[in-house]
Design a protein around this ligand. Structure first.
Ligand code: K7E
Ligand code: RUQ
Ligand code: CUA
Length: 647
């Protein structure tokens, strides 16, 4: 115990002193095998084998890369405004960023996860969490656009999220911070015993993917750090790592690392689902936003929901157990068979692996080691499958290759360690440059991983790239894992700080991702589907322009009768029906971004002219040889003017 505590202090000071991580070892750069370049080379015009969806961390976005090339294809705005796509700037998408706190165009997004059917990736959607103002977003993989965002009530620091169950029955969101539920004004010192940790099970409609908070389990006031679903034999269960089981209100080391072991919470969600389907649970008044993007109107609506179903774990006997797990476990990872649950104890010397079979036996034998707030604690020895002995310093996350091997990242010793499930022996280790967080094997969080590559995502790069002022890019590193030994192939920069990523074979998504919206199906209330539909309508100080765009003109392109003090809505429809022919539009002095409008779609921006004059607008996307001719003028007259609207 004393020794472990000493180790803890050592680990912590190492963790705090980034500079003591592996320092720039320039020899490693030339140590690449000569065929590394060949292995990542995707010839011009050729396609990559895998998609990788890498979280943008504090940029609130999700970046789409190809593997093995590491080429960046798209940055999908999720919890962010993006002037490139007008996301969060145009009137159609602003409601997507609505919350119970108002319009919040930013978040900290950590963990993308691809939807699954029967435990395998199905390539329909990617889910990702917003940590800060707790939200879960869903991205449609036919359009690569965010189509739904749901806020999570009673939650704070939505970190153990957004992982999906085997058939995407649920996307699960767990609170990092326990808080008063419902929120109230109370002394912080009275945290212990009074705060709650909400674990939310958000159902996903199998047809349209529509999300709804089915129930929230109100757990003791620990920090719920990460989670992963059971699969195969453990289908129906969900596992969450916890830290601060001391329930300290200040996490200075002395407070938070007292307990030799924290817990992995094992939740039998099937049992709780049965309980709530029979009318169990308590409806609690609350307030949270549910934002849905409609493909037909090309616009989003935001609805406030006033109630959530909460469940007290003590009301569902046999649904919740605690598995003691040494020293502040971070990642909670389940192997493809569903048997092994890895608790990555950040401050632990060994890596702990629990056995689902042993857990079930211990539960059946009722062999408990006391309880916490009435929830049975299983005996460590009774659930332990094995330990990887001293594999490295500061384990964070583990992924699996589907061939019986696991790969764990070590933040402090800056490396990926490959080890064998069942024998727990270390097979290989490779340095990362530097301070790796998550890692990703395509399908690595499913029953069927594609164990060809692992991507390590690093927090610090120091000397690895051309310097760019005080901040250097964060980065990912690609390793070939087809042999016994991992082989470093490639470094590539990431958007923001990367946390988790999700990868899948390109073929799963490619065939359905060249979507074109049919103009005939456009149900936007202000769509103009031909030049005959175009008009300009005044309603007091509000003016609505219904405009079209097609190579290479706007219609109308000369508008008069607008006055200072008007609020002018440009509703612009792209009449094109060819793949990949967007047009843009921008207006001088408009307090918004340009619009980039896809074929068949209508988008809207607002312009409030402040000065009289004749003001130009133009197409922002180089669309044809006559792109530069795609322009128009709006004449703005004094507020007192009686010039009629004309176009
Ligand atoms: Cu380890 Cu937010 Cu998944 Cu980052 S967390 S690394
Ligand atoms: S930290 S290992 Cu950047 Cu929040 Cu996650
Ligand atoms: Cu339309 Cu450029």
């Amino acid at each position: 115990m004393k020794n472990i505590f000493k180790l803890t202090i050592g680990f912590l000071s190492l963790a705090l002193a980034f500079t003591s991580c592996n320092n720039g070892d320039s020899k490693s750069k030339s140590a690449l095998s000569t065929n590394a370049a060949e292995k990542v080379y995707v010839a011009p015009g050729e396609h990559d084998e895998f998609y990788a969806f890498i979280s943008g961390g504090f940029s609130g976005q999700l970046a789409v890369y190809g593997l093995p090339s590491g080429r960046l294809f798209k940055v999908i705005p999720v919890f962010s405004q993006d002037p490139e796509k007008a996301w969060g700037y145009n009137e159609e998408t602003k409601p997507m960023l609505n919350t119970s706190y108002g319009f919040i165009p930013w978040d900290d997004s950590h963990h993308p996860d691809i939807s699954q059917t029967a435990g395998e990736l199905d390539g329909r959607w990617v889910f990702i969490n917003g940590n800060n103002t707790p939200r879960i977003a869903k991205i449609d993989l036919t359009t690569f656009e965010t189509t739904e965002i749901i806020e999570i009530p009673n939650s704070a620091g939505n970190h153990s999220s957004s992982f999906v169950t085997e058939n995407t029955e649920y996307v699960v969101a767990g609170t990092r911070f326990s808080v008063p539920v419902p929120q109230k004004d109370m002394p912080i010192k009275e945290y212990k015993g009074n705060f709650k940790g909400a674990l939310s099970f958000i159902s996903v409609d199998p047809k349209d993917g529509r999300m709804a908070v089915k129930f929230q389990l109100l757990m003791p006031g620990f920090n719920y750090d990460l989670s992963h679903p059971g699969r195969g034999k453990s289908h129906g269960w969900f596992f969450f790592t916890t830290y601060n089981t001391e329930e300290a209100n200040s996490l200075l080391e002395v407070n938070a690392s007292q307990n030799d072991k924290d817990f992995i919470a094992a939740i039998n969600w099937k049992k709780i689902e049965e309980y709530v389907n029979k009318g169990g649970g308590t409806k609690m008044p609350t307030n949270y936003a549910h934002n849905v993007y409609n493909d037909e109107t090309h616009s989003a609506t935001s609805t406030m929901i006033k109630e959530v179903l909460t469940v007290n774990p003590l009301d569902v006997p046999g649904a919740v157990y605690f598995l003691p797990t040494p020293k502040s476990p971070h990642g909670c990872d389940v192997d493809p068979s569903g048997e092994y649950i890895v608790g990555n104890g950040k401050l632990s010397a060994n890596l702990t692996v629990h056995s689902f079979t042993k857990m079930q036996k211990a539960i059946a034998d009722k062999k408990f080691d006391g309880e916490a707030y009435g929830i049975p604690i299983l005996k460590f020895e009774d659930v332990l499958a094995g330990s990887v002995v001293q594999p490295g310093l500061g384990p964070l996350h583990t992924e699996f290759d589907g061939k019986g091997n696991a790969y764990t990242t070590f933040f402090i010793s800056s490396e990926v360690v490959k080890w064998k499930l069942g024998t727990w022996e270390v097979i290989d280790r490779k340095p990362t440059y530097y301070s790796v967080g998550h890692l990703m094997i395509p399908g690595g969080n499913s029953a069927k991983p594609f164990g060809k590559y692992v991507v390590a995502m690093n927090k610090i790069t120091k000397d690895r790239y051309l310097p760019t002022g005080p901040e250097v890019t964060q980065s990912a590193q690609l390793y070939d894992i087809t042999g016994d030994k991992m082989e470093l192939l490639l470094d590539f920069p990431t958007i923001g700080e990367p946390h988790y990523a999700a990868g899948c074979p390109a073929d799963l998504i490619k065939p359905k991702s060249k979507k074109i919206f049919k103009l005939a199906d456009n149900k936007h209330p202000y769509a103009a589907k031909s030049d005959a539909d175009t008009k300009v309508v005044r309603n007091g100080k509000e003016v609505h322009i219904q405009m079209t765009m097609i190579r290479s003109h706007f219609s109308p392109d000369n508008i008069e009768g607008i006055k200072v003090g008007d609020k002018v809505y440009f509703h612009v429809t792209n009449l094109e029906q060819d793949y990949d022919v967007p047009h843009g539009i921008s207006m001088i002095g408009a307090n918004t971004s340009e619009l980039l409008i896809m074929p068949g779609q209508t988008e809207t921006f607002v312009w409030e002219p402040k000065q009289v004059g004749v003001w130009p607008f133009y197409c922002t996307d180089f669309c044809s040889a006559l792109h530069q001719e795609m322009q128009g003028y709006v004449r703005v007259s004094p507020a007192s003017s009686s010039i009629p609207l004309s176009w």
